[in-house]
Design a protein around this ligand. Structure first.
Ligand SMILES: [Zn+2]
Length: 321
């Protein structure tokens, strides 16, 4: 039997996507990071005919208590008080930091938890138009990642929402090393990472399942590993899948080392969405990496990702009404 809330919401099957202007504005102009990608993707989505299938939501800044679900108290407090040292900040990157960096991080991580709660409550596909901060470890940040939104959302779903099993399906070209270490001893989670074998992080962690790919691999091998990763996800019979959907495996990516085409990336996303739809597993998109030069290739692929999410989300609702 479906709940009243579920029925009520099914009349408006929007693809809910969390976004805040601080995702771009919270990063310094001199930082070596393509910060405009967030507002560029949103602008493109707004111009599409599918935009009517979407609903842009404002994130609630995450609470300190929620951060502590996955992070060390001393690290959390040092960041919140602006007291990380030079070395710790350099390891995270996005430097020089602006005073808005703290608020940005809280919004970005809060958006991930908001999207997760919504998917748990209503089903379908939701997303956060930033994050996928899989290089953040329990007591330090790394590789553009301050706090690990995937690990926090997984813990939040298990501790506060009554879920039993959560899969983290990480298809970004870099290994989800922080997620793997934070969730290593939690049998309620399954961490799966498809990534380029010779890429950052150079010292890999151990996920529940690591599926490394040789550099320069193209669509065929990448998609074979994606299918394997999806099978491993479904075998766990999760209540929800947290999908790190980085597009830095693209052939034009500056940091990627793989040769996945724009079409291959689309096939990847559609395969994930279809399999999760077939099994009625709510899915949350964490945006992940994308650093192509020029950046337009990254923008195009993120645009494809969110458009397909809105289409498959609509299918979810059409099948349930
Ligand atoms: Zn990446």
């Amino acid at each position: 039997m479906v709940s009243t809330q579920y029925e009520k919401f099914s009349n408006k099957p929007s693809f809910n996507l969390w976004y805040h202007p601080l995702y771009t504005a919270g990063i310094h102009d001199e930082a070596r990071f393509p910060k405009f990608r967030y507002q560029m993707v949103l602008k493109m989505l707004k111009q599409s005919k599918e935009f009517k299938k979407m609903s842009i939501q404002k994130p609630d800044p995450i609470s300190r208590k929620s951060l502590l679900l996955a992070h060390d108290e001393n690290y959390v407090d040092a960041f919140l008080k602006g007291k990380l040292n030079e070395k710790e900040m350099r390891r995270i990157g996005l430097t020089p930091w602006t005073p808005k960096m703290i608020e940005r991080t809280l919004c970005l991580t809060g958006g991930a938890v908001n999207a997760t709660i919504h998917a748990i409550k209503y089903g379908g596909i939701t997303g956060n138009m930033a994050g996928g901060t899989h290089h953040a470890h329990r007591d330090f940040g790394s590789g553009y990642c301050v706090f690990n939104d995937l690990a926090i959302s997984a813990k939040y779903a298990l501790e506060n929402q009554g879920l039993k099993r959560v899969v983290i399906l990480d298809l970004d070209v870099h290994q989800g090393d922080g997620t793997a270490t934070i969730l290593a001893n939690d049998v309620r989670t399954r961490t799966i990472s498809v990534h380029c074998s010779t890429n950052f992080p150079f010292r890999k962690s151990v996920s529940d399942f690591d599926l490394p790919i040789e550099p320069e691999s193209g669509d065929d091998l990448y998609l074979e590993k994606v299918r394997e990763a999806v099978k491993l996800s479904l075998d766990f019979e999760p209540d929800i899948v947290l999908f790190q959907a980085g597009v830095d495996g693209l052939e034009h990516d500056h940091l990627g080392k793989l040769n996945v085409t724009k079409e291959g990336m689309k096939i990847r996303n559609q395969y994930v969405f279809q399999k999760m739809l077939d099994c009625r597993i709510p899915t949350v998109i964490f945006m992940g990496g994308g650093y192509s030069k020029p950046i337009v290739h990254t923008i195009d692929s993120f645009y494809d990702l969110f458009i397909d999410a809105s289409i498959w989300n609509e299918r979810w609702w059409n099948q349930s009404i």
